[in-house]
Ligand binder design. Structure first.
Ligand code: NI
Length: 257
């Protein structure tokens, strides 16, 4: 790993753990068992109006290459992943909300956020929230899309890191890893079952429920789900993602559940 790549990943990890105390604790618990944690992928979110490209730019500059695109019709998302220059490094997964697919009220609220940005705005993965947003906006968006509400409240941050469970040496599989997390007090996302996907699909995934943290909006501070930790085990050299599984993983930040 080059110094520039190490610096990029360290920056992302700092940004991520600033929003989720659980990630640092899980990382430490795995380390205490003698595990060296490798990450399968890191996930970012944006609005389609801004495009996936600017979030991927720091990765592409260091050798990540764009691969498959995905569509999540129910959640009104497009996504794409990037393959790292070295298989020991995490893939990049970026999703974007298809704003035009929402009712007029939600479109107007999102447009009002984007209207606050300079014309040439291109977010970095850790840009944070570059707009003022009120509780009324957050709650109205939450009615139609958890993802839209999360973007409005948090802006640009790492949404999750994903432990490569296949690289762990002290767990037989994801069920044992999940049981270990539950025994240590973590709450798993059970939407679609704790484990999404299957060996036949090439990918099994599970995720914690996001920590709730205090977020200062323009008018009031709210306590809402931030980001979560994900766990993935791959089979038979499968490198992509399984839309039906990812669809349920997105619900790990759902404030309505
Ligand atoms: Ni993921």
């Amino acid at each position: 790993m080059t110094a520039a790549i190490a610096q990029l990943l360290a920056h992302l990890w700092r940004d991520y753990t600033s929003l989720t105390p659980q990630a640092t604790r899980i990382h430490a618990l795995l380390g205490a068992r003698g595990e060296t944690v490798r990450n399968d992928h890191v996930a970012l979110r944006t609005f389609d109006v801004l495009g996936l490209a600017s979030l991927a730019a720091p990765f592409e500059a260091l050798g990540w290459q764009a691969r498959d695109r995905y569509r999540f019709a129910d959640k009104h998302l497009h996504a794409r992943y990037w393959q790292p220059p070295d298989p020991a490094l995490p893939k990049l997964f970026v999703s974007e909300l298809c704003v035009d697919e929402f009712p007029a009220d939600a479109r107007m609220r999102i447009a009002a956020l984007l209207a606050q940005l300079p014309a040439d705005f291109a977010p970095t993965p850790w840009a944070g929230r570059p707009w003022r947003v009120t509780r009324a906006d957050y709650e109205a968006l939450l009615e139609v899309s958890e993802y839209a509400a999360w973007m409005a409240a948090f802006g640009f941050h790492v949404n999750h890191f994903t432990v490569d469970a296949g690289a762990l040496t002290t767990f037989a599989g994801l069920p044992e890893l999940n049981a270990f997390l539950v025994a240590n007090g973590f709450v798993m996302n059970e939407a679609g079952g704790v484990i999404k996907g299957s060996p036949a699909e090439g990918l099994e995934q599970s995720a914690t429920r996001a920590d709730a943290i205090d977020v200062a909006l323009a008018d009031v501070t709210v306590r809402i789900p931030s980001v979560y930790y994900e766990f993935a085990r791959r089979y038979d050299g499968f490198e992509g993602f399984v839309p039906a599984s990812a669809d349920k993983i997105f619900e790990s930040t759902d404030a309505r559940r």
